[in-house]
Design a binder for this molecule. Structure first.
Ligand code: GAL
Length: 962
């Protein structure tokens, strides 16, 4: 049976590049007739016949995945095959979708050769036109063309396609994503004029020493190349062309020269980007320079359309990437829709194009019978690689080919590498599974810890990339800064690709009509991997998560810092890169946990002689696109601002820039220098912030409090605060618990629960003279916290100092260390002076600047697809909560979160719609929280970001403001 035959299929035309031309084309996308059968044997006979009656069928859009339209259901597994590992056989219960389309043709189609192209059919399709079988295709995310010359008819034609959910190809397509089926990419009829350009391979090299571009076109056609802008007019395509001095293509300045390749009968528009990729001195270089890959892994996913991603969504992805300083994409784990690559050429992204190949599920059976080493699968491997390389070879954005993902190793992979290297010597080969680097050109790893990368940096002799790192699942990733430091320290550590770009949640409705994003298990799958499918930097609807905001800061192409010493006028000097950057302002040493407010930032000393250092970390670009501005804020309120003249700084260089004299301030003040786009670009409007840096120019002062009677607060006989200035409150009391993040689930959470940190008991030891002494500990354990709440105040203020001392042996990091309290639900508008505007954690707070921010309590929440700890604001000097009439101000130095539910509610919820607002605003006022890490895949919280039980104290002052 063709379904479980290991061959790539039959009937297909040789693979060739995807291009448009002036030859006749007809898009066949649209509403097709559709019928789903539970298995091939139950599928109707004769669907290929023109006379077949499909009137009882339904209508289904092409392209689409049928499960996204109510036929069958999506199913998610990460590694495991959802069927027995019995290659190449697949279940008899193999959902089979029959498609039919009737379309009309004019006579001109009949006078020339024509191919029928499918850009993606998942997983196996058998195709007929006007009753004649064209062939069978496998390789879901790869194109296939069938020759239909001579089969077309004037007037009505009938195309029939039988698509099987499972096929032998499914063994090669075990990517970590939803199993979704159908004709999910475009279907097109393409005339192939006799004497036309059937295929071409345009090589456009850049010689960085001379600045010259060189073009070489491989084509079997007799053709000419014209690039009027370069003065190239009808140059014979079969001999190399010196294009003279050109502007090279880079991801930073994606210069494309438009031209066309023409034969007597066909004209093909081409976009030429001159660039040369090499490996020299053990480094991956483009145009002679080391590049640093600031990348993401991108799957094709849409919360409503599945893998049939609309073009505008693909463009939105690219715009968001560019706006967040991302410069590279790995097309995990299959070639994307071809239009995506056009956009990468146009907007500028380095691309690793990855073959549609993964056999990860064989790991469950010890890689027994893994296709990568089995000769019978060789054709299928070569076929897949060929179809990718041939389709995509003309994209300047693609700088490496990847053989696939997680298919272990074997001779078939080596064979595909050898083929690709011969076919395209201009692009290095990537594959993470070749750990010994026998047939790849770069050493690639996933989720290596920081210390391992450091070790690799010291020893590797070839370029090293992390094809996946910093698993962006739920709240996180933490530890990005420390990875960047390694990429800047070791020239051969050339960055990598965050896992991953998008949460693959699927939009669903609760019975009462509220929207939420579904993940594995939500469709009743017997076997599934739960929320591992939602691990992206953007939510399923492309809303950036805090992780993306943090990443944008980490990836900034400029570094703006305080220049330590005044000196002579601005001069350019080499940016200290590669370098070990010092811990930036904001590195939070938890060693001292006395929160009287240890302010972060660099104290710049004299306000009238301030200098900043601007380092250009682009690989190629200067600062021409940017403008610089400064502003001075006192307690978050702007005092002065102005433009900043920054000299031209070449890539890799830095300069020190003098600021104008600043007005004097009396309270805590920060200078912010911002680099933004000077004019509109294709990917963001003028004014878009690209990079910023902050310098503290005036320290804060602590307000002195007059002692008096504790009349602002009302306490009960146990010393528990009941109200402040008449506003009912609950707490404050010691809190150590947070709703575990998904990274916690893979690291500390099991231990936390086992020890009972989610169910602490509070025993009051004494209440005396404004001091409540208690012991806080989990049941069944002998360790605990000795806690003393000291209350002082008068009729205007109420001050609480909490002294905490661990007792016994605390065996693991704490989730958090702080206080929880609650206010009436009407106090739902917050303003604070501290870091913001977004959430931040010990190992993920570079993007949070010091300022004054406002938000409603609802806006403070981050709606992670799986509810978990979120919304923490750090280094807060004061915060106010108001109900519109009354305002409670809290001063001190603390991190805070405010939400309408408790940590326990967050912990219990499985989807955002499980969270029900209570009548209270629950506040956490913390000394610190444990970091985030990326333990879902990769290292947990680094030691310097772990929160351990230790002596600590916090002082908070409450006052009612009218
Ligand atoms: C990697 C894999 C990815 C994804 C990730 C975990 O092993 O290559 O596809 O599964 O782990 O989210």
């Amino acid at each position: 049976m063709y379904i479980d035959d290991v061959s790539p299929g039959y009937g297909a035309q040789p693979a060739r590049s995807a291009f448009t031309s002036d030859a006749l084309t007809l898009g066949l996308n649209g509403e097709w007739r559709f019928h789903l059968s539970p298995s091939p044997v139950l599928a109707p006979d004769g669907i290929e016949q023109a006379a077949f009656d499909d009137s009882a069928w339904v209508s289904l859009p092409v392209p689409s995945n049928w499960q996204m339209h109510g036929h069958g259901k999506p199913a998610y597994t990460n590694v495991r095959y959802p069927f027995p590992v019995d290659p190449p056989h697949v279940p008899s219960d193999n959902p089979t979708g029959d498609y039919r389309l009737a379309f009309d043709l004019t006579p001109e189609w009949l006078s020339q050769p024509v191919v029928l192209r499918f850009d993606g059919v998942d997983s196996c399709g058998r195709v007929w036109l006007n009753g004649e079988e064209l062939g069978v295709t496998r390789g879901s995310r790869l194109p296939v063309e069938f020759d239909v010359s001579g089969l077309l008819q004037e007037g009505r034609n009938v195309l029939a396609v039988r698509v099987h959910q499972w096929s032998s190809g499914s063994y090669l397509e075990d990517q970590d994503m939803w199993w979704l089926s159908g004709i999910f990419r475009d279907v097109t009829l393409l005339a192939r004029p006799v004497g036309g350009i059937n295929d071409y391979f345009l090589h456009a090299d850049y010689d960085h020493l001379t600045g010259h571009g060189r073009i070489r076109v491989e084509t079997e056609a007799t053709a000419w190349l014209s690039v009027p802008e370069l003065g190239i007019l009808r140059a014979p395509a079969d001999s190399p062309i010196d294009a003279g001095v050109v502007e090279p293509w880079t991801a930073e300045a994606p210069r494309l020269y438009e031209g066309y390749l023409a034969s007597d009968t066909e004209r093909v528009p081409v976009r030429i980007g001159f660039r040369t990729v090499t490996i020299e001195d053990g480094q991956l270089k483009v145009n002679g320079r080391r590049i640093l890959l600031k990348g993401v892994n991108r799957h094709e996913h849409h919360p409503v359309h599945g893998r049939a991603v609309p073009l505008e969504t693909a463009r939105a992805d690219i715009l968001l990437m560019k706006q967040h300083n991302i410069n590279a994409v790995r097309t995990s784990h299959y070639p994307p829709h071809p239009a995506f690559l056009d956009l990468c050429d146009e907007y500028g992204l380095w691309v690793i194009d990855e073959c549609d190949l993964e056999t990860h599920g064989f790991t469950e059976v010890g890689w027994n019978r893994n296709p990568s080493g089995a000769p019978e699968w060789r054709d299928a491997y070569l076929d897949r690689m060929t179809r990718m390389v041939e389709r995509d070879k003309n994209h300047p954005s693609i700088i490496m080919w990847s053989l696939g993902n997680e298919a272990h190793t074997g001779s078939n992979l080596a064979a595909t590498a050898a083929w690709a290297r011969t076919r395209d010597p201009g692009r290095p080969i990537h594959y993470e599974g070749d750990a010994a680097c026998e047939y790849v050109d770069v050493y690639s790893r996933m989720y290596a810890s920081h210390s391992e990368v450091d070790e690799i940096g010291r020893t590797t002799e070839i370029p090293f990339i992390l094809c996946e790192y910093a698993h962006a699942m739920g709240n996180g990733p933490g530890g990005l800064l420390e990875y960047r430091e390694l990429f800047e320290k070791y020239p051969r550590c050339q960055g990598g690709f965050i896992w991953e770009w998008i949460d693959h949640g699927i939009t669903q409705l609760t019975p009462d009509g509220r929207e939420f994003f579904a993940y594995g298990g939500d469709f009743g799958e017997e076997l599934h991997d739960g929320s591992f499918i939602v691990d992206g930097l953007v939510f399923p609807d492309r809303t950036p998560s805090p992780g993306l905001t943090e990443l944008a800061k980490i990836f900034e192409p400029l570094r703006i810092t305080a220049a330590p010493q005044p000196g002579p006028t601005p001069t350019a000097s080499p940016a200290n890169r590669p370098q070990t950057s010092p811990h930036p302002p904001g590195g939070r040493p938890w060693s001292s946990l006395s929160v009287g407010v240890a302010r972060e930032g660099i104290s710049a000393g004299a306000v009238d002689n301030l200098r900043v250092r601007v380092a250009n970390l682009f690989d190629f670009a200067g600062l021409d696109l940017l403008k610089f501005e400064w502003n001075l804020e006192q307690e978050g309120v702007e005092v002065a601002s102005g433009p900043l003249d920054v000299p031209a700084i070449e890539a890799g260089q830095e300069a020190t820039v003098q600021l104008p004299d600043l007005p004097e301030t009396t309270r805590e003040s920060w200078l912010t220098v911002t680099a933004s786009l000077a004019k509109d670009t294709s990917w963001a409007p003028a004014g878009h912030t690209v990079a910023w840096g902050q310098i503290q120019v005036q320290a804060g002062t602590n307000t002195q409090q007059q002692p008096g009677d504790l009349t602002l607060g009302e306490f009960d006989h146990e010393g528990t605060l009941r109200s402040i200035a008449g506003i009912p409150v609950q707490g404050p009391k010691l809190d150590l618990w947070r709703a575990p993040t998904e990274n916690d689930r893979y690291s500390d959470e099991p231990r936390w629960r086992e020890l009972g940190l989610h169910r602490l008991q509070h025993r009051i030891i004494s209440v005396h003279n404004g001091v409540v002494h208690s012991r806080v500990a989990p049941a069944a354990q002998d360790f605990g916290m000795d806690v003393k709440y000291h209350w002082t105040g008068n009729d205007k203020t109420l001050t609480l100092t909490v002294d905490i001392e661990p007792e016994g042996d605390w065996p693991c990091p704490l989730p958090r260390l702080g206080l929880r309290m609650a206010l009436p639900g009407t106090f739902d508008r917050v303003e604070w002076f501290g870091r913001g505007p977004g959430e931040a954690y010990a190992d993920s707070h570079q993007a949070a600047r010091v300022g004054r921010f406002k938000a409603t309590v609802d806006e403070l929440q981050t709606p992670y697809v799986v509810p978990q700890e979120n919304g923490n604001r750090v280094d807060v000097r004061w915060a106010t909560l108001t109900d519109g009439d009354r305002t409670l101000r809290i001063e001190g130095g603390f991190d805070f979160a405010a939400r309408r539910w408790t940590s326990e509610d967050l912990d219990a919820a499985k989807h955002t719609t499980d969270l029900t607002p209570s009548d209270w605003i629950h506040l956490n006022l913390d000394i610190a929280q444990n970091g985030l890490g990326t333990a879902t895949c990769g290292p947990g919280v680094l030691p310097q970001h772990q929160l351990h039980a230790q002596k600590a104290s916090i002082t908070l002052t409450f006052r009612a403001v009218s």
